[in-house]
Design a protein around this ligand. Structure first.
Ligand SMILES: NC(=O)c1ccc[n+]([C@@H]2O[C@H](COP(=O)([O-])OP(=O)(O)OC[C@H]3O[C@@H](n4cnc5c(N)ncnc54)[C@H](OP(=O)(O)O)[C@@H]3O)[C@@H](O)[C@H]2O)c1
Length: 271
């Protein structure tokens, strides 16, 4: 354990009353197309307000250590980031229509994917689960009135829990095209989307050039082993590596790298 914080401490809101009020005002303006003059919220979140290429905005997030790990060797990731980083994640959730995770995260963490640290509405919850491995008992399926979508490969037998919509998409060698996933969500009027993890899911969206932005939230922790943040095809030369335009923001002890991927994003032809 290298961090001076307790990495498994339970979350609790850490925003001052003033910061909470600023957030509330920001949220109203973000959705009401009002001016976003509140710093630093404007700098971090304004790029997520309006689509540029089609009618979707897709942001990925990864919370990682200094040495690029998102979880221990046993898959435990609570909590890589400090409270401010966690609040940032909940702010992202509050700004999007849908939050998407891979089944690996649903099985490992059993997350709720709700907005609890700050004010905001809960986004729709989407799990990419080509082999329909998720059971009805997982918390993402809790019946709280929020739209829930289970994405499964065509031809796989899946009986969704009550109130969960099943979307079956073609898979090639088990892989579903992320662009197809986004187009399906668009048909459900889910146009601002957070790809919350894990590594495999976010990596597939990067490879498919389907992210507008990536928020990489780096915590001052060295894990020294464990799951890596990304799994991209191997390259031989440095000039083949993905070089990104970034802005950085300090979030308590964490630093968010807001990576701009718009130059490589493919159009989804959803307009
Ligand atoms: N630090 C963080 O920010 C963060 C965030 C989330 C999760 N995590 C951690 O990350 C770990 C889980 O990450 P992970 O990389 O193992 O799993 P994951 O990304 O959550 O899920 C990967 C699985 O989802 C399915 N999947 C995702 N995209 C797909 C696509 N386009 N087509 C077909 N299938 C797709 C596949 O399921 P099949 O295997 O059935 O083919 C794939 O193996 C956990 O330890 C969790 O605690 C950390």
């Amino acid at each position: 354990m290298f961090s001076t914080q307790l990495a498994s401490s339970p979350p609790a809101s850490n925003l001052s009353l003033q910061k909470q009020q600023e957030w509330d005002e920001f949220l109203v303006n973000f959705f009401g197309n009002g001016p976003l003059s509140i710093s630093p919220l404007q700098a971090i979140f304004e790029p997520l307000r309006n689509p540029t290429l089609d009618d979707m905005v897709v942001v990925g997030q990864i919370g990682q250590t200094l040495d690029g790990r998102i979880a221990t060797v046993t898959g435990q990731s609570r909590y890589v980031n400090g409270l401010t980083g966690l609040t940032h994640l909940h702010q992202l959730r509050a700004l999007v229509d849908a939050v998407v995770i891979g089944v690996g995260t649903a099985l490992a963490d059993d997350p709720q994917l709700t907005v609890r640290q700050i004010k905001g509405r809960n986004p729709a919850r989407v799990v990419i689960d080509p082999r329909a491995r998720l059971s009805h008992q997982h918390l993402v399926w809790q019946d709280d009135g929020v739209k829930k979508i289970w994405i499964v490969a065509e031809g796989v037998t899946a009986s969704p829990p009550p109130q969960v919509e099943l979307i079956m998409l073609p898979a090639v060698s088990g892989a579903i095209d992320p662009a197809l996933i986004l187009k399906s969500l668009n048909l459900h009027s889910l146009k601002r989307v957070l790809i919350e993890g894990g590594a495999e899911t976010v990596s597939r969206f990067i490879v498919a050039k389907c992210l507008d932005r990536l928020h990489l939230i780096v915590a001052p922790i060295i894990m020294g082993s464990g799951r890596l943040s990304f799994n991209l095809p191997p390259i031989e030369h440095m000039d083949q590596a993905l070089r990104l335009a970034i802005q950085t923001h300090q979030l308590g002890n964490d630093v968010v790298f807001d990576c701009d991927l718009q130059t490589q994003r493919v159009a989804l032809n959803t307009k």
